[in-house]
Design a protein around this ligand. Structure first.
Ligand code: UGA
Length: 369
């Protein structure tokens, strides 16, 4: 389409995260249809995160622009650099060749996800040894070579990017005959899956080895706070795991609609790529799910609570009131380490918080079935 409508030379900028060498494919298509017009392809990957997009755009850690190393390529890079120079300091604008720019985006997301899988792997060891993962993260992050960000243990990373981009990287490694490198990155996803399974198993084993027919309140469904996005959210796998053992789920998320939750739980993995009207819903498992609009309604008469998104409002709930309205023993499984464990234990809850020293109740229960 660009080739069809172009009447003069054009710079085409890739913003989407793409497999390495996509620019080459775009270049070939445009050049073969060019009618003498010159096209320069630049790679300018996007690094903003959901929930902080505007801030990330105004004050980026860096802007990356990749282009051909020819005089025309360098001229195109300069044209785009001049646009960013209106608000981004020059030393934060990095200019590279095309393939470095495309690969750097995949590498950055893979490194971020790897940090989370590293700390999540540590969280399992913390639970086994009596160490506290928050203290370990804090101590490790104080090393300026490592840094403090992105070291929060969780029930697993989600979102539309990390898993997709790592699988993309794995595929490129395999295509280039690098199976060892591919396996190294695959492990980041395997640990993420392990963390979700481990969480479900903790719940089931704590609650007398079955959650069948028990009401479990799910607080938070989005993949992180301050967004209603549920793509690849760990909540889907945790809920499906509990539904598999016939739990009754009462779900509350401040931003996610009932329709979205129903759709997510009735779809097979990767179905979200298909048009909504083609997605099948399975009414049988949905009978076990209710979506409510308040944390107190979700927890009323529940046997256990799972916190799956770190929404601020979950930190300030009236947990005494919640406890009074629950079945006993009352359990809290905190997948985001946001509750005050000591305070909740004082109220009477049995508390599991990822990577924290275990409640006496949980000590002899197996973490993984
Ligand atoms: C991510 C990257 O952070 C952005 O730089 C990138 O531009 C974007 O993907 C993209 O490729 O489009 P995003 O998916 O919006 O951004 O969210 P993140 O803030 O990175 O969080 C991803 C997941 O990791 C969430 O489920 C979050 O809860 C989890 N997480 C994050 C942890 O479990 N622990 C942490 O310490 C940090």
């Amino acid at each position: 389409m660009i080739a069809d409508v172009s009447k003069s030379n054009k710079i085409v900028v890739e913003k989407s995260t793409v497999p390495v060498k996509t620019a080459e494919a775009i270049e070939k298509i445009l050049t073969h249809n060019s009618k003498g017009i010159n096209f320069q392809i630049l790679s300018n990957p996007e690094f903003l995160a959901e929930g902080t997009a505007i801030q990330d755009l105004f004050e980026p850690d860096r802007v990356l622009i990749g282009g051909r190393e020819t005089p025309e390529g360098q001229k195109a890079i300069k044209a785009l650099r001049d646009v960013y120079a209106h608000w981004v300091p020059m030393d934060r604008i990095i200019c590279t060749n095309l393939w470095s720019a495309e690969l750097s985006k995949l590498a950055a997301n893979a490194f971020l996800a790897q940090r989370i899988s590293s700390v999540n792997a540590m969280s399992a060891l913390c639970e086994a040894t009596g160490a506290d993962v928050s203290q370990v993260s804090h101590a490790v992050g104080k090393d300026t070579r490592i840094g403090p960000k992105f070291l929060n243990a969780s029930v697993g990373f989600g979102g539309s990017c990390f898993q997709k981009d790592i699988l993309n990287l794995v595929y490129i490694c395999e295509c280039n005959g690098l199976p060892e490198v591919a396996n190294y990155w695959k492990q980041v996803i395997k640990v993420n899956d392990y963390q979700k399974t481990r969480f479900v198993n903790r719940i089931v084993s704590s609650m007398f080895n079955t959650v069948s027919g028990k009401k479990i309140a799910i607080l938070g469904f989005a993949f992180k706070k301050d967004t209603g996005d549920t793509r690849e959210t760990p909540a889907i796998d945790v809920c499906k795991g509990l539904l598999g053992d016939k739990a009754m789920l009462s779900i509350y998320d401040p931003q996610v609609s009932e329709e979205q939750i129903q759709r997510d739980l009735s779809m097979n993995k990767f179905d979200w790529d298909h048009p909504v009207h083609l997605q099948p819903t399975s009414p049988s498992s949905m009978k076990q799910v209710s979506v409510v609009w308040d944390a107190y309604a979700a927890t009323k008469d529940a046997h256990g609570i799972c916190i799956l998104t770190e929404w601020d409002e979950f930190k300030t709930l009236d947990y005494q009131k919640i406890y009074d309205n629950m079945q006993k023993p009352a359990f809290v499984f905190d997948g985001r380490n946001i509750v005050d464990v000591a305070k909740l234990r004082e109220i009477g809850f049995i508390v599991y918080s990822i990577g924290k020293p275990l409640d006496e109740w949980l000590k002899d229960m197996p973490a993984v079935a």
